[in-house]
Design a protein around this ligand. Structure first.
Ligand code: PEP
Ligand code: MN
Length: 635
């Protein structure tokens, strides 16, 4: 049952409730949601719920209708974020896990770890105990394999996961790994689930070959009832009559499971298909279906692999898959989990750094719930946000140190460049670009709860939001008054304050959620291919960590050229010489010098030293050349 606590409950009242539940042999989980705090009480229940309902501090008692209780969305509305090493799984991230099917030798796992890390994997996989169909097949290196896996994970900065097949290995394995993997064949090995659950460690729970979704969630319940709340579900194909693929990938399980449970769910396209050429398309299908990540088998010599060679991706195929997943992420409102993203959070491994991370403030422009806040959340976890009225205020906040980072829009695919932010970048010499993030802009018609379409008389939003939803407004609300507002999320707050059912606002989903409003119509923009690109900014002194963790592949610069024929051409010639592909070139007026301009350019760079060489030459052919930052591209 779910016990919803009153907001003004005293600690003593809460202890009394917990005491009574414990006396009755129930397992208790306290869950602090955005609005309510609830106690989940599960176990063999002989209590009359009314006995609890009458206690001081209890608002209500609700039974959980599903057989799985701790895993159920009924108990916990918000997504669970599972932390493995420094990597977070769940919410709006997509996490790439990769490695060989089995650890075969120290050299093999070291090489593959480097390959998958460089391509963008953030968790390393590799089996040391292999549950093979035939007793004569390679069974894994056992504890020796775990040592190599750990070494490779440490060397390349990735947490590691591996399969556990026997309850007697659990304790030993816990010393080597960051996340247990329960294989498909063991999903209903309840003794194993109990032992693994007791460690409290993260668990990757594969779906059984013939398990229904309910059976799968019951297996998660076993883990949770025994002590871990860090469970990641993994769809890896089920056994059907179809023999064209190794298993049949059940993509629809992803959205179905997400409705039923708060636990993150990822996909394994390798075991689902059994064929190398199907792995990437099905991986993309899983991400499109809403998966929080992929676990993929990769091998540098798959023809010699001791297990699952035919389904292992070649290094270059994995690299392409990561790039394609990254391109798909904004479409599903997510970001690829990468090193820089976990970097600020990776600090949380150590408690003093945890404190630093807790103090970390990130500035953005707009009201709470704005698209810019979504961009912040796509880069950082659990940070305090500082909403700023103007772009200038956000730059000031970073410059003065009241925010460590700023996330500011630079370009929208429909509206074009946001010149103000380019100008500000050139005006703050201590502020540098360290990252880039892309957000898909989805506009919704947002109203006070209970409002119907026929009630709406006036629509508020930022002029851009109104313009981008023009077709919808003309067709669905031809008589409504259209009122421009300074901010999309701000317009939601405004109509909420008025509480009037004749009013609507156009803004993103986070604004509706943040202000507790209803979405009357979703995705009403005329052109759904609408993305905004943001830069992550910080003061120069904070940049090195971000940069070194992040292998930048872009640089942004600004410069002017002499007022004579061919001067821009002369400058660009250096870029050609060094093979630095220009992704953007924009001219901006120089304030106070009428009809004079500077250029802003973004360049693909192979590495920083090569770029620095070109930069030195560029200085000779330009004036006022500035480096605005290095970052890892997100588009
Ligand atoms: C594996 O991940 O190598 C594996 C054996 O997977 P599954 O349990 O899904 O077959
Ligand atoms: Mn395998």
């Amino acid at each position: 049952m779910i016990i919803v606590l009153k907001q003004d409950i005293t600690p003593k009242q809460k202890e009394d409730i917990k005491g009574l539940l414990k006396e009755n042999g129930l397992i208790i989980k306290e869950i602090k949601g955005k609005e309510d705090t609830v106690l989940g009480a599960v176990g063999v229940n002989r209590m009359d719920p009314r006995q609890i309902e009458l206690m001081d501090g209890v608002a209500s008692v609700v039974p959980i209708s599903k057989p799985y209780k701790l895993a159920s969305r009924e108990l916990k509305k918000e997504d669970t974020i599972v932390t493995v090493g420094g990597v977070k799984i769940g919410g709006n991230r997509v996490v790439m896990m990769a490695g060989p099917c089995a650890v075969e030798s120290e050299r093999q796992i070291m090489e593959i770890a480097r390959i998958v890390r460089d391509a963008g994997a953030v968790i390393l996989r590799g089996g040391a105990f292999k549950p093979r169909t035939s007793p004569y097949s390679f069974q894994g290196l056992g504890e020796e394999g775990l040592k190599y896996l750990r070494k490779a994970g440490d060397e390349y900065g990735m947490p590691v996961t591996t399969e556990v097949v026997s309850p007697r290995d659990v304790e030993m394995m816990a010393g080597y790994i960051d996340m247990f993997q329960i294989g498909a064949r063991n999903m209903q090995n309840f003794e194993l689930l109990k032992e693994v659950g007791k460690t409290g460690m993260p668990v990757l729970l594969k779906r059984g070959l013939s398990a229904t979704i309910e059976e799968w969630l019951m297996a998660a319940e076993y883990l949770m009832a025994n002590g871990t709340d860090q469970v990641v579900l993994c769809e890896r194909g089920i056994r059907t009559y179809e023999r064209a693929t190794r298993n049949t990938l059940d993509c629809s399980a992803i959205p179905v499971v997400q409705k039923l449970t708060h636990l993150p769910v990822i996909g394994d396209p390798s075991h689902a298909t059994g064929m190398r050429d199907l792995v990437s398309p099905m991986g993309l299908a899983l991400v499109a279906a809403g998966a929080s990540g992929l676990i993929v088998e990769v091998h540098n010599h798959p023809e010699k692999a001791l297990s699952d060679g035919p389904q292992s991706l070649l290094p270059e195929q994995f690299e392409k898959l990561v790039r394609d997943v990254q391109a798909l992420c904004p479409v599903v409102g997510k970001s690829l989990e990468s090193v820089p993203r976990i970097m600020p959070k990776g600090m949380s491994a150590d408690s003093s750094e945890q404190a630093a991370a807790e103090e970390m403030v990130v500035a953005f422009q707009g009201e709470r719930g704005a698209y810019s806040e979504l961009a912040v959340r796509n880069v950082f976890d659990d940070v305090k946000v500082l909403p700023c009225k103007t772009f200038h205020d956000a730059f000031e906040a970073v410059n003065r140190g009241s925010a460590k980072y700023g996330v500011l829009p630079i370009e929208n695919t429909l509206g074009g460049t946001i010149g103000d932010n380019i100008d500000l970048l050139t005006r703050y010499p201590n502020i540098t670009i360290v990252g880039e993030v892309q957000v898909r802009i989805i506009h919704n018609l947002i109203v006070n709860p209970g409002t119907r379409m026929e009630d709406v008389r006036t629509v508020y939003s930022h002029p851009q939001g109104l313009a981008q939803c023009k077709e919808f407004l003309e067709k669905e609300l031809p008589d409504a008054k259209i009122v421009p507002f300074f901010d999309t999320a701000g317009s939601v707050e405004y109509i909420r304050q008025l509480g009037d059912k004749s009013l609507a606002a156009i803004a993103g989903t986070p604004a509706a959620t943040y202000y507790g409003m209803d979405i009357l119509r979703e995705s009403i923009e005329t052109n759904p291919r609408n993305y905004t690109r943001f830069f992550v900014l910080t003061r120069e002194e904070n940049a090195p960590v971000f940069r070194s963790a992040n292998k930048p592949d872009r640089a942004a610069i600004s410069f002017s050229v002499a007022d004579r024929a061919g001067s821009l051409f002369d400058a660009l010639e250096i870029l050609r010489q060094y093979g630095l592909n220009m992704k953007k070139l924009e001219s901006r007026p120089i304030a106070g010098r009428p009809w004079e301009f500077f250029f802003f350019a973004e360049l693909d760079i192979p590495d920083i030293p090569t770029f620095e060489e070109a930069f030195a030459l560029l200085r000779e052919r330009t004036s006022g050349l500035k480096l605005l930052g290095y970052y890892k591209s997100a588009h």
